[in-house]
Design a protein around this ligand. Structure first.
Ligand code: FE2
Length: 339
């Protein structure tokens, strides 16, 4: 491991402290990496290169491949697996003290947390690693010290690069039918704060959701109760330059990447201008820019009934998919099985 891990770039300012867990210990976290188990790794390789504009992947000891989007050695980790879904979410702690406090908190409230094996640490390229699971069984990895890449990040597709650093790589939106239990885990155990609560209607479908922050990013994790079969509804990467978002949208259309939501903007206080498309595993990706930051200290949760102030028009393919899932749920009940 290098001497200068990537989480050293986190702000140390006390004013940047995010939500406090119930034990009163400051909890400074960021979404550090995402791990996907995919059925078609070669299609993902083309997707990461051609659509996301990421450089050639690094090979990990466990066979997974890690893709860079900044100074870290890897941010998106793609492993071969039958799930075609999220395999793990990596939360990077500011330092060992934060990690130790989180581990103590989890054990205090009797949520199992295990040391990551040496092999797992090597493949995640982190110095320390603990593994726990949220109430839906999603693997949540708490880590310190991401390995830094030997050279600066460059991408011809994202000339401005991605906005990461102490805010993390963007966000992950999980699908759950147990919002209360999931909120209790992410807020009570991990110290996230609730940015907004969503209750909206898309056609005949009601959607409830929560947006959760662990730093100044409006949400690093969101949880939606909606009729989808995946653990992950979408992940978002934030470009520095809005022009790169427009170019990515053009690239998606030219490359026949299925678009889910056309260009649009999330309302205040998020403000992100983005579009959504489908990954080779069937869940979506979002590429955006112009995300507004929030002040976590003293933040009061907002309530919203809209997800976009303009645009984000759903494609016919997405409308058909949602209708089919809703119909399947109505006939058989939710078929997504989670531990
Ligand atoms: Fe999003």
């Amino acid at each position: 491991m290098p001497d200068s891990p990537v989480n050293a770039s986190f702000s140390s300012s006390p004013t940047s402290t995010s939500a406090m867990p119930a034990n009163g210990t400051a909890c400074r976290l960021a979404l550090g990496y995402l791990v996907f188990a995919v059925r078609k790794p070669l299609r993902w390789e083309r997707f990461c290169h051609d659509m996301l504009g990421l450089p050639e992947a690094v090979a990990n000891p466990d066979g997974s491949r890690g893709y860079r989007m900044d100074g870290a050695m890897q941010r998106l980790i793609v492993a071969e697996g039958p799930e075609d879904d999220l395999a793990a979410m990596g939360l990077i702690c500011e330092d060992d003290t934060v990690l130790d406090a989180l581990a103590a908190r989890l054990r205090q409230i009797q949520i199992p947390v295990e040391e990551g094996s040496e092999a797992l640490r090597a493949s995640r390229r982190v110095q320390r690693l603990l593994v726990t699971r949220d109430p839906d069984g999603n693997a949540v990895e708490l880590a310190v010290g991401m390995e830094a890449a030997p050279a600066p990040f460059t991408s011809t597709a994202f000339r401005g690069g991605f906005h990461t650093g102490r805010l993390g790589i963007g966000h992950a939106v999980l699908v759950s039918h147990r919002l209360e239990a999931m909120e209790a885990f992410y807020t009570g155990a991990l110290g996230f704060g609730v940015s907004e609560r969503l209750a909206t209607r898309v056609g005949p479908m009601h959607i409830k959701g929560i947006f959760l922050h662990c730093n100044e990013r409006h949400h690093s994790v969101a949880i939606f109760d909606m009729p989808l079969q995946k653990r992950l509804q979408h992940f978002m990467l934030q470009a520095e330059d809005l022009c790169d978002v427009g170019m990515a949208f053009e690239r998606a259309k030219l490359g026949k990447v299925p678009i889910s939501l056309n260009l649009g903007q999330h309302p205040h206080p998020d403000g992100t201008i983005s579009f959504y498309g489908m990954t080779p595993s069937g869940f979506d990706f979002e590429i955006g820019a112009g995300c507004h930051e929030i002040e976590p200290q003293g933040w009061q949760p907002l309530h919203t009934t809209v997800t976009s102030s303009w645009g984000h028009k759903p494609s016919l393919r997405l409308q058909m998919k949602m209708a089919a899932n809703m119909l399947a749920n109505a006939i058989k009940g939710p078929s997504k099985t989670k531990s």
